[in-house]
Design a protein around this ligand. Structure first.
Ligand code: A2H
Length: 251
């Protein structure tokens, strides 16, 4: 990874019903925030990944909204002036990923009215917010993890995930030369990737489709339909920020 700071787009996914552990936040607007390098793929979100064993905190922004992310990310946000108190993390609530699985969210740009929080075993504590938006059409990691949950009833049961919550399909949103309109499923099939445990192959698959998708991909949906990803990535980020559905975050 690079030496300079990495800029991410933080995507705000609003919790629809504040139940269970999150009931304590009732009356507030609560968002899970995912760090992505690819805001233009938000049209294809099907779910949101959390690490079941990671610890998450709820913190308040200057606008009195509540964000859920790792403590590490909250600390970075505090130093970037994004929280109610500067340079300090005042947590309202602390919880494990497995305590907030199967929660309904409203996410920007996606055609799914509701997406669910689901477990991904490879979510890293030390990257981004520990919350990852899932775009199985364009991210091999997301496709492989979703296939695991669809194909393995025992994995769903372990985290109280129902079949309904994984009843989503990758949405064609970007045409990538050679890989087509569902680049991640396509490369996973070609390379024989069957599960999120196929780590080495997934690293290779991710590099291949990421580069081609960015430099040669064309959007198939939305206001920028027909345009090259490279030319509109920034405009899509700006649009999300203007609508208060995203923020800029660095680490
Ligand atoms: B990307 P980099 Cl469609 N643990 O977003 C594991 N993965 C994480 C993470 C964490 N804590 N935080 C962010 N990520 C993922 C979309 C996407 C992404 C697409 C295609 C490729 C892609 C939808 N998932 O990333 O190490 C997030 O997934 C390929 C690199 O900073 C984020 O962008 O380069 C990306 O990894 C950041 O990875």
């Amino acid at each position: 990874e690079g030496v300079g700071p990495q800029e991410y787009t933080l995507i705000k996914m609003q919790v629809q019903e504040l139940k269970g552990k999150l009931a304590a936040l009732a009356s507030k607007k609560v968002y899970l925030v995912a760090a992505t390098l690819r805001p233009e793929t938000m049209y294809g979100q099907t779910n949101c990944w959390l690490g079941p064993d990671l610890t998450y905190v709820a913190v308040e922004t200057k606008d009195k909204e509540v964000l859920v992310c790792t403590r590490r990310a909250a600390r970075n946000m505090a130093f970037q002036g994004m929280l109610s108190v500067e340079n300090e993390v005042k947590t309202i609530l602390e919880m494990k990923g497995h305590e907030i699985m199967g929660i309904k969210l409203s996410a920007p740009l996606t055609s799914y009215k509701t997406i669910y929080t689901l477990p991904m075993l490879t979510v890293k504590e030390e990257k981004g917010t520990g919350v990852v938006t899932s775009v199985p059409s364009d991210a091999p990691d997301d496709f492989a993890a979703l296939m695991d949950l669809k194909n393995k009833p025992a994995l769903r049961e372990k985290y109280n995930i129902t079949e309904e919550m994984v009843n989503v399909e990758p949405v064609p949103i970007i045409d990538v030369p050679e890989y087509g309109t569902l680049s991640a499923p396509s490369i996973c099939q070609t390379m024989g990737i069957k599960s999120q445990n196929d780590r080495d192959k997934l690293v290779e698959a991710k590099e291949k489709v990421y580069l081609r998708g960015f430099y040669e991909g064309t959007l198939l949906v939305g206001d920028f339909k027909g345009k090259k990803v490279q030319d509109v990535k920034k405009s899509i980020q700006d649009m999300l920020i203007k609508k208060k559905e995203a923020m800029i975050y660095q680490e």
